[in-house]
Design a protein around this ligand. Structure first.
Ligand SMILES: C[S@@+](CC[C@H](N)C(=O)[O-])C[C@H]1O[C@@H](n2cnc3c(N)ncnc32)[C@H](O)[C@@H]1O
Length: 358
């Protein structure tokens, strides 16, 4: 006897989240930005509310989870900032979007291994609203937090995880994408026409209107020091180049990338590329000096990360682990494409890794 095997909304993702989104729609439509916010950050059922999303067991890899050597390189970069600031007795490292703390742990381990006073100066503050980690050396805080007199703000893949507005270019201007429930699935419908300076004349594109204020808030966290941002993205002219007609939105589900945000709702990551011109403008508007962006691959090689691979030659297992990790971190088709931008205030000179950027 054949049974009714239709899984209902379970085929589209987390049924409780889908119901919550449908309830909020109340028979109408919500902006794509709100849909993305609920899919990733719904207070109970959002994708990032559950731990274990990042890593081999999850949906995608980020640089800190590849190997601690990424964090060791950043630790050395922070130590250089500390030295340039005259080795202050207290030096705060803020990490917005710290995830479960892989980068924090690597940075603190590196500092502990040096025995030169740097570790004693560090106060490590992770700003992570979802599934925070458990390293007891880290203060897990939620904004607002008081600014520090000196320190570094470091963040990896924060901006590409912020909800974006979605637009389709039309003859009368950009038309915002809205989302509604058709009884079986989420479908798109056109919303209002917007006026956006420099917007593409063709195809689909995203506007991340949270990136600028978030970057400004990061820059205001340290009075003297640096902000170091790692993220996928381009300067505006490249992000909105006429040939890029399908935007940059990507979803990651169990290490497979695709472009449908209405599948695996609440069970997949949704990400877009960042407008680095806006991040630079936000830093400048906070009175900071901007360096980069450079590619992660250029940045890590300029810091001398290759030396960490050679240094493990006496332990073949570790040597090959580091060599493989470096290939991934510098992969021009993967993590090596990530851009790195620094904003500094009260620190002399060009920060390490940006010398070639002019
Ligand atoms: C792509 S994950 C990156 C996590 C980690 N940095 C890594 O590289 O593995 C994005 C993270 O940003 C966090 N996030 C989102 N909005 C945030 C905000 N406004 N402030 C701080 N973190 C935020 C999410 O909870 C999530 O942990």
């Amino acid at each position: 006897m054949a049974l009714d095997l239709d899984p209902g909304t379970a085929a589209l993702g987390n049924p409780q989240l889908i119901q919550a989104i449908v309830d909020e729609m109340a028979g109408g439509a919500i902006s794509f930005e709100r849909f993305m916010e609920l899919a990733l950050y719904h207070p109970e059922h959002g994708y990032y509310r559950k731990p274990g999303r990042i890593g081999r067991q999850g949906d995608f890899l980020t640089s800190p989870v590849i190997h601690p050597m990424f964090g060791w390189a950043i630790a050395a970069w922070c130590r250089d900032a500390w030295a340039r600031l005259g080795e202050p007795a207290q030096f705060t490292i803020f990490e917005p979007a710290a995830g479960e703390g892989a980068l924090a742990t690597a940075i603190l381990d590196w500092a502990e291994g040096r025995g030169d006073g740097f570790r004693e100066a560090i106060r490590y503050v992770a700003l992570e609203p979802n599934s925070p980690g458990t390293d007891p050396r880290v203060e897990w805080a939620t904004p607002p937090v008081a600014p520090a007199p000196s320190g570094v703000v470091v963040t990896n893949e924060l901006f590409d995880a912020l909800p974006v507005r979605l637009f389709d270019a039309g003859p009368r201007g950009p038309v915002e994408v809205y989302v509604r429930w058709d009884g079986e699935r989420f479908v798109e419908q056109p919303g209002g026409i917007a006026s956006i300076d420099g917007a593409p004349m063709e195809g689909r594109f995203e506007v991340n209107q949270r990136a600028y204020p978030v970057m400004r808030s990061l820059c205001s966290l340290v009075e003297r020091g640096s902000v170091l941002v790692f993220d996928y993205g381009y300067p505006q002219e490249e992000l909105w180049a006429p040939w890029r007609t399908t935007g940059t939105l990507l979803c990651f589900y169990r290490h497979t990338a695709h472009e449908d945000p209405y599948l695996h709702v609440g069970e997949q990551d949704i990400t877009t590329h960042v407008n680095f011109s806006e991040l630079a403008a936000a830093g400048e508007d906070e009175g900071m000096t901007i360096f980069g962006p450079v590619s992660q691959s250029e940045f890590l090689y300029a810091l001398g990360i290759g030396g960490l691979v050679d240094a493990a030659r006496s332990d073949m297992q570790e040597y090959f682990a580091r060599r493989r990790a470096l290939e991934q971190l510098a992969d021009g088709a993967g993590l090596g494409r990530i851009r790195v931008l620094a904003a500094t205030s009260g620190i002399e000179g060009v920060p390490p890794g940006f010398e070639a950027a002019g």
